[in-house]
Design a protein around this ligand. Structure first.
Ligand SMILES: [Zn+2]
Ligand SMILES: [Zn+2]
Length: 99
């Protein structure tokens, strides 16, 4: 997930990423929680505030994945911004429950 030329996340960013990873996949709604944390995809490399929670298949799958043919994305009529909005809403709801 982290490459050499990518700056390490700040404390606030690291906390945000932890919330994102707890959310289910923003495309197919699978996984999430402590048992099956989601993968985190940044729309812009190194910009952690633009992170999307994705399952492995919707992220890296050659057929369904964002980095593949995006079949699941087409099925759900989502692009990166649409999925980002779902992640942000879920993180916001998750954080609200804790405070
Ligand atoms: Zn998925
Ligand atoms: Zn990615």
């Amino acid at each position: 997930m982290r490459s050499k030329n990518k700056p390490a996340p700040t404390v606030a960013e690291a906390e945000y990423i932890r919330y994102v990873a707890k959310q289910p996949c923003s495309v197919c709604d699978q996984g999430g929680g402590e048992a099956a944390p989601s993968e985190v995809h940044e729309i812009n490399q190194g910009c952690w505030w633009l992170s999307i929670a994705l399952c492995g298949d919707c992220h890296r799958g050659s057929f369904n994945g964002l980095h593949g043919q995006r079949r699941m994305w087409h099925l759900k009529k989502l692009d990166e911004l649409g999925a980002l909005a779902i992640t942000i809403r879920r993180v916001f709801e998750c954080a609200g429950r804790l405070s």
